[in-house]
Design a protein around this ligand. Sequence first.
Ligand code: ZN
Length: 239
Amino acid sequence: MSKISVLWDYQVLDMEVVKLQRAIVNSPKLQKLKKDREFLLAQQDVIKKIEDDVLNMSDRVAAIKVAIEMLDEQLKSYQTRLENDVPQNQDEARNLCNEVRKIARDIADFEKEARQIQKKAKDRTKQEYDVRIRAARVKQEFNELKDEYQPEQEQQKKELEIKKQKVVEKAKEVDPDLLKKYESIKPHAMPPLARLLGQQCGGCNMALPSVTLRQFDEGEKYLECSNCGRIIVRMEDEK
Ligand SMILES: [Zn+2]
């Protein structure tokens, strides 16, 4: 068995590992679990935002209440002044009247704002409740799917370990320099070995120059594709 044939067999086993790894990552159940987890994390942020909003709103309402109390105090002081110190003329009476009116208007404005904020806070709290209900439902779905997926995942992991072990065993038979080359191609071209298809690289379909191809006839066991860097092999039966 030629060195390159051994490497080819190695690749077959190695690609089985890659295929299974991909299947695990792309498993619809795993994808759904990931999606659910992302959703649940996002809902935590949504809830936090609502709680912050509601807290800010209640702070504002508290501040408004203090402001209204102060205005009430002011109103009372005007009232006392009116009782004890009756305005001497029309101007004075009018000024006082305007002041009282202004304070009453400010109080009304504050009260309106407080009511609006309270309504908003109520809406936000309702929203939070809905978010929590929805998240709880997804969480339940997530837990059920996780329980369902776990044995599957364990089985896949076991299979993967067996396949990886086969690769490790086979690696011992492969020429070290070829293996090094194979591993260096793998990150950018998969699979690293390709067949010669007609006059093309079976990996990237690039036509190979005849001067390169001639090397096969001169006894080379493999070539390197100048386009994708793959090792190009001509199978024995294709000669
Ligand atoms: Zn190529």
